[in-house]
Design a protein around this ligand. Structure first.
Ligand code: PMT
Length: 404
């Protein structure tokens, strides 16, 4: 997504500037080409040598210094760039940017990029009182009103001045994710996608449960793919070890659940306002008929234990049965034998529009891996088999084939 993209990083003079080398490294690792421009004050916080070395290009910080003999940087850099990120943005620089004041390398470059209509992401950072001042809030509101500008909210927490409050710059990973989104076509704007992900846990007693090997990687990759394209996402997540950071996406709402019954309840609550459901969770079909209130103890001489299970609600079938015109459902099937026949039967029985089949017979596919190999079946009898690829790439293909 960032491969070969041209990203202009603008830095102003705040203490959070020390984190920008990390952002540059992240962007370059993802394959982007990076150029840096700064205010003169920014170089009090991070050295020109660090920025030049990490970006692999000269740093533009002085409007009167000739970086090369044939161009004016504040014009040529925005022409070169696919987007610009300003981080950290101080109160002073926010005010200048909001009022078209262009009196240094950063603000002249910002003004030209703004006028060229290229996407711009701004990550403010300052003391909480400065952030809350009516002057700064007015600058932020002006900047937010421009179509090609996205201003990230400051984070709350400890501030460099020793106090605590709202004023911290978002972390480099979050800024990089906002950069990614700014370069992604927003073809799911206005859409609401419900996604179930991960395993469920069915409690036997306070210390034991029935579950499966789902890590949640496939489902969260789908949530990220939809969010990057502008969708409002309700991610209903079973207990999973890792959860991506969705801070860059205020339209992602994560609902944490444990059991299939809780997942069923949360899915039914979100379904009336969703236009699409992607049911990637590995839901336990059965749960213990009773959950013991105390830890079950093995008795002297006991050689076996019988556990009575009852059927859990089928979320896919419930949504399929209450589908209104315009809603669509994409189910998943993880199979070990008769894969195609089993997947097609589930698609028809549960009222699904698509089913994504992954088989444990394929190396690198299914539970826990960072990759997957899937075949997408449509109710229209179309079928598309994808090669082994990362779960993120699979998610993007599923979104393109079944949602957008
Ligand atoms: O989480 P990862 O480690 O990345 O692994 C991803 C995955 C292998 C879990 C995922 O790609 C996948 O295949 N998920 C579906 C697992 C499965 O076998 O589902 P199923 O065949 O039991 O169910 C078929 C469909 O009905 C699924 O969409 C399932 O979410 C849904 N279902 C099933 C039972 C139930 N009670 N309610 C449901 O909604």
């Amino acid at each position: 997504m960032l491969r070969a993209k041209h990203i202009l990083v603008g830095i102003s003079g705040g203490i959070a500037a020390y984190k920008i080398p990390e952002l540059i490294r992240h962007l370059r690792k993802a394959g982007a080409d990076v150029r840096v421009c700064t205010t003169p004050n920014a170089l009090e916080f991070v050295t020109e040598l660090t920025l030049r070395t990490l970006s692999g290009a000269p740093v533009y910080s002085d409007v009167f210094a000739a970086i090369n003999s044939h161009s004016t940087e504040h014009i040529s850099l925005p022409e070169w760039a696919d987007m610009m990120v300003v981080a950290p943005a101080t109160a002073n620089v926010l005010a200048k940017m909001a009022h078209g004041i262009a009196d240094d390398a950063l603000t002249t470059t910002f003004c030209t990029t703004l006028g060229a209509g290229k996407p711009i992401v701004i990550a403010p950072a300052m003391n909480d009182n400065m952030y809350n001042s009516p002057a700064t809030q007015a600058s932020l509101n002006t900047l937010r009103s421009w179509a090609n500008v996205r201003v990230l909210d400051c984070a709350e927490g400890e501030l460099a001045c020793g106090t605590s409050g709202k004023g911290r710059m978002q972390e480099p990973d979050v800024i990089a994710e906002a950069v990614r989104q700014s370069l992604t076509p927003q073809d799911l704007l206005g859409r609401h996608v419900l996604i179930t992900a991960g395993p469920t846990r069915e409690k036997i007693d306070p210390v034991r449960y029935i579950s499966n090997y789902s890590s949640g990687k496939m489902g969260t990759a789908l949530a990220l793919a939809c969010a990057r394209r502008g969708a409002h996402v309700t991610l209903i997540a079973g207990p999973m070890r890792v959860m991506p950071d969705f801070t860059a996406y205020p339209l992602v709402n994560v609902v944490h659940v444990e059991s299939a019954r809780e997942m069923h309840e949360a899915a039914l609550a979100a379904w009336p306002t969703a236009d699409t459901a992607v049911l990637c969770a590995a839901v336990a079909d059965f749960a213990p008929a009773e959950t013991a209130p105390e830890k079950l103890k093995k008795q002297p001489g006991q050689t076996e234990m019988l556990l009575r299970l009852t059927l859990n609600p089928d979320i896919a079938a419930a949504l399929g049965g209450s589908k209104r015109t315009g809603q669509r459902i994409i189910g998943f099937a993880l199979e070990t034998q008769n894969e195609e026949a089993n997947a097609l039967r589930k698609m028809h029985d549960k009222g699904l529009d698509f089913i994504v089949l992954n088989s444990l017979q394929d190396a690198g596919a299914g539970f826990g891996t960072d990759t997957n190999k899937v075949t997408i079946y449509a109710l229209s009898e179309q079928k598309r088999t994808l090669p082994l690829m990362s779960k993120q790439a699979v998610a993007e293909q599923i979104v393109s084939a079944c949602i957008s």
